[in-house]
Structure formats: structure tokens, C-alpha cells
Design a protein around this ligand. Structure first.
Ligand code: B12
Ligand code: SF4
Ligand code: SF4
Length: 343
């Protein structure tokens, strides 16, 4: 099978074939170690384990020769500056069913299809979608056209960066990509200028300690008050450093709607006061469950607080009665925040 036949199979599944790359990225692994040694991973403890696999991804599949890199493009409807600046929203990827499962199933179907070809019968495949300690962006950056931007995202010059990445490791020796023309950020620095918290102050480095995506998705405890004003824009994840990127503006013009349809999001008041059953009904199967019900409630209460939502006190009473970490702490912060202004 040649590369164009492989691409056809991937495209038929609704994915973008970014390319095929060797399992080697020593420069990026060194960058990763420096980043982690400087504590830029904040509380992401899982990044402190399995370095041997992260360093040598070929260990994830005995005899692996290369990785087929695929991407799921998700539509995004925002432009910069945001419409309804004071209407807290969720990052676009979170409105769809969880990409880990979605992309994994798509990858498995591609493998099933490949295995019908006689030359693949004796070969092994393994589909990864952030399901193993791999530097996914570093691998994808070795495909012919893609590159890592100053916002640290993987960008394809014409598809943009609203892409979710998956890899299919294989023992088959496909011809791997040669970098052709070099497109990159150049003198642009829009993502660094517009990041509300200064998380991208160093080129090509993200400091998770200052990133809203880290605080609203990954952190289980209270959110430091210095970040609160920015939850008036996003209360789960953050897309700002991508929305402002000229490569995404360009990509918008030829976006073809995919099969995945975004879900309707409940109001902030509903998120702050939802019981377990409603939580599962609204968010079950989406990336929002990463923050758990308590985390979403924490985020929603903060967003209500900073946008002076008329039902904040009502929501707060409900949340306190319902309990659960870190609601007590967040209530105390809201009280303190409010004393300076309005509660
Ligand atoms: C931990 C993590 C996070 C953390 C830390 C993010 C970060 N920049 O490291 C937090 C919680 C903040 C986060 C946020 C988001 N994430 Co995240 N995250 C991950 C995860 C699980 C690991 C990433 C990791 O190892 N980071 C450590 C750093 C050091 O590694 P790195 O990003 O791969 O590469 C860095 C350097 O090595 C350097 N680099 C590497 N090689 C090279 C080469 C050259 C030449 C240069 C100049 C630089 C360079 O660039 C980066 C900056 O330091 C990956 C999945 C995975 N297994 O890879 C998803 C992943 C990176 N996340 C993803 C997404 C979608 C997001 C969000 C957009 C979600 C949202 N809307 O809120 C934001 C984007 C924020 C941002 N600007 O990065 C996608 C990114 C897709 C894409 N197009 O890039 C991934 C790949 C998941 C997936 N399978 O699709 N995420
Ligand atoms: S996701 Fe938001 S907070 Fe994080 S680096 Fe990008 S713009 Fe900054
Ligand atoms: S906004 Fe500009 S600097 Fe940032 S990633 Fe996009 S092109 Fe690069």
C-alpha cells in the first residue's frame, strides 16, 4: 500500500492524514525535561512518570517502526475579540463527545481496514490518543508541513490548530515524511500578547502554573483569585491563544463540518446547582467530566461571582449544602472577593 492509499483510508474515516514519522524526537524530549525541571507542569503529577516510554515511544509496541499521525478537526465558531465578552463559555473541544474515545475508535477502524490488506496481515498496530506517555505534538511536528507554534500547539499551515491528535504505531515500514517547506510563526506574537495570564511569555513554552486550561480542567483544589477575572470568558478550558492565531482564521474559510456535533451547554446557574444525575445527563461522555462535578461547580461559581450573576447567592447556598471539596474554600474566597465589591 502506498501513502496515497493510506491517506484515502484515513480521510474516509473523517480524519486528516498529517503524515508518517519515525519514532524519534530527542530534541523535544530534552525540551520536555527542561520544562518539567522548571516546574512548568504545575500539579500534573502524571507527567513525572514513565520517562523511559516518553523518551523512546518505540517501547510502546515491540518492533514499531513508525507512527501514522492523524488529526480530528473540530469546528470553532469564535472570533477575536470574543462576542459577548462577559458570557463565560467552555473551550470548543469540550462540547463534543470525548475525543479520546472518539478518535481511538476511528483509529481502530482504520487498523481493521488496513489489516484486510495482505501485506499488513503479519504486522502489529497500536492506536494512541493521549492514552500513553507520548509527546504527541513533538511527533506530529515531524510530519511534512506541521509545526509547533509559540502557543505550543501543533499547527498545520492550512488546517490550523483546532486539531486533536492521534497516532497509530506500526511495525510496518512506511516511507516517512521529509520536511519540505518551513512555515512557522515568524515575527507574529499574537498568542503571547493576548494570553490573559501571561502563560506564554517565553517563546514556545507554556507555564501551566499560569494557564487557565490547567486551573479549570486539571487542578482539583481552589483556584487562586488572581485568575478569577478571566473566568468571565472561559469557565472550562481556554481557546484564546488559538482563536487569535492567523493560521486558524485562514483554516476557517475552508472548514467542512464534521460528523461530530457540539452539545448544548447548560447555564452557569444550572452547572453550579446540578445534582449527580443532571451532571451525567449534561456532561456524560464529554471532556467536561475531567473536572468532575465539584470542579465544574467551583468554576461556575467563580464565573458567576466575577460576572455578578444575580443568582450567585442562591447557587452558593445550594453548593454549600451539597458540600464536596473545594466548595468550602471557594465559598470563603467568594465572600472575600465580594467584600471588596458586592456580595
Ligand atoms: C499536559 C497537557 C496539557 C497541559 C500542559 C500543556 C502544554 N503546553 O504542555 C494543559 C492542561 C495546560 C493543557 C492545555 C491544553 N491542551 Co493539552 N495536553 C497535555 C498532554 C496530556 C501532554 C502534553 C505534554 O506532554 N506537555 C509537556 C510539554 C513540554 O510538551 P509539548 O507540549 O508536547 O511540547 C513542548 C515543548 O517540548 C516544545 N517543543 C517540542 N518540540 C519542539 C520542537 C521545536 C522546534 C520547538 C520550537 C518547540 C518544541 O513545545 C512545547 C512547549 O514547551 C497532551 C497529550 C500528549 N500526550 O501529548 C495534551 C494536548 C497537548 N492538549 C491538547 C489540547 C487540545 C489542549 C487545549 C487546547 C485544551 C483547551 N482548549 O483548554 C489546551 C491548550 C493550551 C496550550 N496552549 O498548550 C492537544 C493539542 C492539539 C494541538 N493541536 O496541539 C493534545 C495534543 C491532546 C490531543 N491528543 O490532541 N494540556
Ligand atoms: S489556553 Fe488560555 S491561559 Fe492557557 S496559554 Fe492559551 S490563552 Fe493562555
Ligand atoms: S498566534 Fe502567531 S505566534 Fe502564536 S502560534 Fe499563531 S502564528 Fe504563532
Amino acid at each position: 500500500m502506498n501513502r496515497s492509499q493510506l491517506n484515502q483510508i484515513i480521510q474516509k474515516e473523517g480524519l486528516i492524514p498529517l503524515g508518517v514519522v519515525p519514532l524519534f524526537y530527542s530534541e523535544s524530549f530534552e525540551r520536555f525535561l527542561r520544562w518539567r525541571n522548571e516546574g512548568k507542569h504545575a500539579g500534573l503529577k502524571y507527567l513525572e512518570k514513565y520517562d523511559e516510554l516518553r523518551k523512546e515511544p518505540e517501547r510502546l509496541l515491540p518492533g514499531a517502526k513508525c507512527a501514522i499521525i492523524v488529526a480530528l478537526r473540530y469546528g470553532q465558531s469564535e472570533s477575536w475579540p470574543l462576542r459577548d465578552e462577559e458570557t463565560p463559555r467552555v473551550a470548543q473541544y469540550a462540547k463534543f463527545n470525548d475525543y479520546h474515545q472518539l478518535l481511538k475508535r476511528m483509529g481502530e477502524r482504520i487498523v481493521t481496514r488496513l489489516k484486510t490488506e495482505s501485506n499488513f496481515k503479519t504486522h502489529s498496530f497500536r492506536v494512541l490518543v493521549d492514552t500513553a506517555p507520548v509527546l504527541e505534538r513533538a511527533l506530529a511536528a515531524q510530519t511534512r508541513e506541521s509545526f509547533i507554534g509559540k502557543n505550543t500547539c501543533l499547527i498545520h499551515p492550512s488546517e490550523g490548530s483546532f486539531l486533536l491528535l492521534g497516532e497509530i504505531l506500526t511495525t510496518f515500514t512506511f516511507q516517512t515524511d521529509q520536511k519540505e517547506k518551513k512555515v512557522e510563526c515568524g515575527t507574529c506574537s499574537l498568542c503571547q500578547v493576548e494570553c490573559p495570564t501571561g502563560a506564554l511569555n517565553e517563546d514556545y513554552i507554556l507555564d501551566s502554573n499560569r494557564c487557565l486550561a490547567y486551573w479549570t480542567i486539571e487542578n482539583r483544589g481552589p483556584i487562586p483569585e488572581e485568575f478569577w477575572p478571566h473566568l468571565s470568558k472561559y469557565y472550562f478550558g481556554c481557546d484564546i491563544c488559538q482563536i487569535v492565531c492567523p493560521f486558524n482564521e485562514e483554516a476557517k474559510t475552508h472548514f467542512v463540518a464534521s460528523k461530530v456535533v457540539p452539545r448544548e451547554m447548560p447555564s452557569l446557574y444550572e452547572v453550579a446547582t446540578m445534582n449527580q444525575q443532571d451532571y451525567e445527563r449534561y456532561f456524560g461522555g464529554t471532556p467536561m467530566t475531567r473536572a468532575k462535578r465539584n470542579g465544574l461547580r467551583r468554576n461556575a461559581l467563580i464565573a458567576m461571582c466575577v460576572t455578578r450573576h444575580p443568582k450567585l447567592n442562591e447557587a452558593l447556598q445550594y453548593a454549600k449544602k451539597d458540600g464536596g471539596f473545594p466548595i468550602e474554600e471557594t465559598s470563603a474566597q467568594i465572600k472575600k472577593y465580594g467584600e471588596q465589591s458586592f456580595v
